[in-house]
Structures are given as structure tokens and as C-alpha cells.
Design a protein around this ligand. Sequence first.
Ligand SMILES: Nc1ncnc2c1ncn2[C@@H]1O[C@H](COP(=O)(O)OP(=O)(O)OP(=O)(O)O)[C@@H](O)[C@H]1O
Ligand SMILES: [Mg+2]
Length: 305
Amino acid sequence: MPSYPQENSGLLQIPHAEIQKRIFGHKLFGLDSLQECLFRFCKAVITADKSRIQDFIFYDLVPSILLYGPPNTGKTTLCHLLFDRLKKEVTNEVNFYTIDIGQMLDPALGQSSRNLEKAFEDLRKVCSSGSSAFLVIDELDSFCMSRSRTQEHDAIRRAMTTLILELDRLHPSSTRKLILFGITNVHNLIDTAVVRRFSLKHSVDASLSWNDFCAYIEYLSKPINYVFQEHDLKQLYDGYKRRELKSGDIKAFYKEILIDVICKDEEVSIKDKLFSLFSEGFSTNEHLIKTYGEFVDDRQRISNR
Ligand SMILES: Nc1ncnc2c1ncn2[C@@H]1O[C@H](COP(=O)(O)OP(=O)(O)OP(=O)(O)O)[C@@H](O)[C@H]1O
Ligand SMILES: [Mg+2]
């Protein structure tokens, strides 16, 4: 993967060509208004004139956006698509950065904090030279859980404190060219001090309307040349609703179908396979309920001791 580490702080620049490879042919369904709103906000930030910056300062509005929602709902893809659109439609002078949290976190005393400080320092330098930086911190929960303050390893606790300080340093007048996205699928477990510092907080968990669902199935069925009848689609939509499937679950079903089409000797009935997957295939939501229930039970057991 052609990404470029910068002095081991964990900051990585990912080239536009690499982002384009990751999202090749990708389209998100049921998230149009969120995508449009975030695109307009990022564009307004990057192209802000003096009077718009004064508005930002007046309302303390910094370009920090928290995206939260269950796994498999398109959060990471949304950031990639947004960046690609900004790059194509607004300015070529914007680059994509992310923080490799495994690399940033370092057990040596104070090193995680220094790494994070260094990452932000480097980004500020990039911005002061006229470019814009689109920073995505994915899996924010890996160092910003509320229990980190009291229970976690020192390195994690200090990294979270540094992030809070860095979020405070994002000032509308000085850092308008640094757009920060934080992503998590457990925002209710993230420390409130972190959550409240994000100017925008958006849930990403599309519940597909009938029309969006049909469009999504048509889009996914195209490469395997399959067209569903309306009454079959209705049955699939019932399964989607009943099992509260996530959009990414449906895409994963098509992955299985493609494998069958490629690998099986006998003719595969795409319709039968998809029906069976919609009723028994992996559901992120069902898995989440099961594991989260176990997680809560464990915590209760510990606190009752
Ligand atoms: N609303 C959607 N419409 C179409 N495809 C979607 C949608 N949501 C997710 N997908 C697809 O599902 C897959 C998983 O998406 P993605 O990795 O962006 O989810 P995520 O929310 O970041 O998950 P996690 O929280 O586990 O990191 C991708 O291939 C993406 O294109
Ligand atoms: Mg993700």
C-alpha cells in the first residue's frame, strides 16, 4: 500500500490515486443528504473568505466532524468519497491524511502524546504552506473511551488528553484548512470531553427507503447481470427490514454470490442464494446485539464484585 509514514508519529499521507483505487465504482445509498451537507461544509471551509471566517470565529465553528454509527454503514467510505469530490471539484491543493493509531500509541512514557503532537504540528506546517489537509482519525475509540481516564494504560490516557488539547487548538481563523474527521462505532463509550469538542456530530446508519433499496440492489446486481422482479425485491426488502441489515451486509452477500458464480461447477440460482442470505446471512446488527450484550453483562459482573 503506497502510504507514506512521517517520522513514525503515526501520521500517514495517502495519495489520491490510492483513495481512488479504494473507492473505485463505490456509491453510497440512503446517505445523499449527509454526503451533500458534508461536502458543502468542507467546501465552505476550504474556500472561506474573510467575512465567512469571521462567522466561523463568532460561533467558534471549527472544521471537526465526528461520524458515528454501527460497523458496515459506510463511515470510512463516506470520508474517502468526500475527499475525492473535494479534490476534483474544489481544489487539487488538498491532501488526505490519517493516523495509524497502532504506530502512534507507544508504551514509552509520554511518547504517544509526543507522536500525536508531532502529527498535528506537521499538519499545521502543511496548511501554513497553502495546502489543505483532510485528516481522518478512524477507530477513535481505540484511545478515547471514557474509561481511558481511569483504567487504561498511561499511553492511551495521555494520547486522549493530547487529542483534547489539539482539538482546542483548532481555531477557526488559523486552521481553516485543516479538516478533521473522527470516526467511531461506539460513540456512547467515547469520553464526553472528546465528543463535545467536535463541532459537527453525525450519525451514519442509513435506513434504506424502498426506492433506495431497489436502486442499491440494481447497482449491486449489474456486474453479475441479474435483474430482480418487483415481487422478489419486496420479499428481500422485508428481510432487510426484519433483520435490520446494514448496507454493508447486503454488499457482503453479493461478495458470496460472486464467489459462487466464479467457483461452483453447477449453475447458481442467484435469486435462491440471495433469498437464503437475506434470511440467514451474517447480520452486523444481530452480531452487535449479541456481543454488546455480553460486553454489558461482563461489565455488570465486574461492577457487582
Ligand atoms: N449506505 C451504503 N450504500 C452502499 N454501500 C455501502 C453503504 N454503507 C456501506 N457500504 C459498503 O459497505 C462496505 C463497508 O463500508 P465501510 O467500511 O465504509 O463501513 P464503516 O462504517 O466504516 O465500517 P466500520 O465501522 O466497521 O469501519 C463498503 O464496501 C461500502 O461501500
Ligand atoms: Mg470504517
